[in-house]
Design a protein around this ligand. Structure first.
Ligand SMILES: [Zn+2]
Length: 480
């Protein structure tokens, strides 16, 4: 069935149809979205009260109705704030979620949700959700209908924060298997894409022909000036446009997702597309978690749906500016509570205080990427991929090397894959890179330079510049 005509409907009509469709499938998104937005005007005190209430409900629900939490024997002490009760809960790492899957399911549904393969019988009910699985070992969680509605609300909010509120058309450079719009995409997916008004571009592949196709798609839609994208895929596209001296399609806003937005990648996106770049942080299992606002003073945590902590290697709270492991507590998923869930990312809090945009929701200063994107140096220090990427970005001469990837294959072994632009001067350049790497990673490490025609992507199709295949523990402590 051709649903293309939906895409051409005016924004207010598509907005109404989108909410209408949600209602028709049994979602309460309309009400949830209104409630979500009601948190925006809260003062710091008002926010504290609401967070406290929702967190208290989440924690007491879990210890009463979920076997895993009941076994912990935890109960709130009289007069104890929920934020303090929370800190008595153990950190929930991914292997525990895998091992205790059914015990994490609420009592009333344990007969129905018996394994990660379970499927709900009713429409718009609970749903088993797989994590991206960049580590090759996906974890599954369950989202109930309430969590799905709140998850949708987080995405509506992100789109609005990033300059393309529901109804505004945008490009979507994305590559996850299930989201990927192919001719085989289900009717409901195609209807949703048309109503949301996005033009899909496949970020799975970034070969030259694909990049040229993305570029042409963008040129064919001069009326669209927003892009939602994997940050790395957009940077590759921007460099392609730059290197070939093509006329860049002007954009107003870019929502940069699924990766670390470095100063370097932000600069190249701003330069090439002339766009304002918004760093958005989220995951499949936690939905959208935080996003930059127009003030660009860090990423506001989505308080209506998540409570975030940043803790050090020993589990103690980090102070603003101190890098630590991010723990997420979902506030709207009683069917499968994720409490102090170690999502695998590291980041740091911004200095407290109200943001220039007026929103009281707390802010993360920055995210330093995934713990498994960290490299281990000679002396055992975990090195942030942001630092390495900045370092390489500065040292590399882009006239000679177009794309690269650094993989740690053993404690002192690395493979540097690269796609050259030209061979003249390449050897000398590689020499400099080798020397630079050893300065950072240790003089005793071996770095094999390997010329390739294509860089391997992750299982979910993401481009990864830094890969650590050494098999560090999943909950690797971050570098301080
Ligand atoms: Zn703000």
């Amino acid at each position: 069935m051709n649903v293309e005509w939906l895409f051409h409907l005016p924004a207010p009509v598509r907005r109404r149809l989108y909410f209408g469709l949600q209602r028709a499938v049994g979602s309460r998104l309309g009400e949830v979205w209104r409630e979500f937005q009601s948190w925006e005007g809260l003062s710091s005190e008002g926010l504290k009260t609401r967070v406290e209430a929702r967190l208290a409900e989440t924690l007491s629900g879990a210890v009463q109705h979920n076997a895993y939490y009941r076994e912990l024997g935890l109960a709130p002490r009289s007069g104890e704030p929920a934020t303090e009760f929370l800190r008595r809960f153990p950190i929930l790492p991914r292997p525990t979620v895998r091992a205790r899957f059914t015990d994490l399911v609420i009592d009333s549904l344990r007969h129905e949700i018996t394994s990660p393969q379970s499927v709900a019988r009713r429409r718009y009910d609970w749903l088993v959700v797989k994590t991206g699985g960049t580590t090759g070992n996906p974890t599954t969680v369950v989202h109930d209908a309430r969590a799905r509605d709140w998850g949708r609300a987080t995405r509506l909010f992100s789109a609005r924060q990033c300059g393309h509120p529901l109804g505004t058309r945008y490009f979507r450079l994305w590559g996850s298997e299930t989201d990927l719009l192919q001719t085989q995409a289900s009717l409901s997916l195609r209807v949703q894409a048309a109503l949301l008004g996005y033009v899909p571009m496949n970020a799975f592949r970034s070969r030259e022909a694909d990049l040229q196709r993305h570029y042409e798609t963008m040129r064919q839609h001069p009326e669209i000036d927003s892009l939602m994208t994997y940050v790395d895929a957009a940077v590759i596209l921007a460099r392609y446009i730059q290197d070939r001296k093509l006329r860049p399609p002007p954009l107003r806003t870019i929502m940069a997702c699924a990766g670390t937005v470095t100063a370097e990648s932000r600069a190249v996106l701003q330069d090439v597309f002339g766009a304002e770049v918004f760093d958005k942080y989220g995951s499949r299992e936690c939905c959208d978690v935080a996003c930059e606002c127009r003030a660009h003073q860090g990423l506001h945590v989505y308080s209506p749906n998540v409570f975030l902590e940043v803790v050090d290697a020993a589990g103690a709270s980090c102070v603003p500016g101190q890098t630590g492991r991010i723990l997420v507590t979902l506030l709207n998923n009683p069917t499968f509570p994720l409490i102090r869930y170690e999502i695998g990312d590291v980041g740091q809090w911004a200095e407290p205080g109200r943001c220039g945009c007026g929103l009281a929701w707390p802010r993360l200063q920055s995210l330093q990427g995934r713990a498994d994107d960290m490299l281990l140096t000679e002396d055992g220090t975990l090195l942030s991929s942001v630092f390495v990427r900045h370092f390489v970005g500065v040292s590399l001469n882009r006239q000679l090397i177009r794309e690269w990837q650094l993989e740690q294959t053993a404690s002192k072994r690395f493979v540097f894959r690269f796609i050259p632009v030209q061979t003249e001067g390449l050897a000398a350049n590689l020499e400099i890179i080798q020397k630079s790497f050893r300065q950072v990673l240790g003089q005793s490490v071996a770095i094999e330079a390997r010329q390739v025609t294509e860089l391997p992507l992750s299982a979910t199709g993401k481009m990864r510049w830094i890969i650590n295949s050494v098999g560090q523990p999943e909950a690797a402590p971050p570098s301080a």
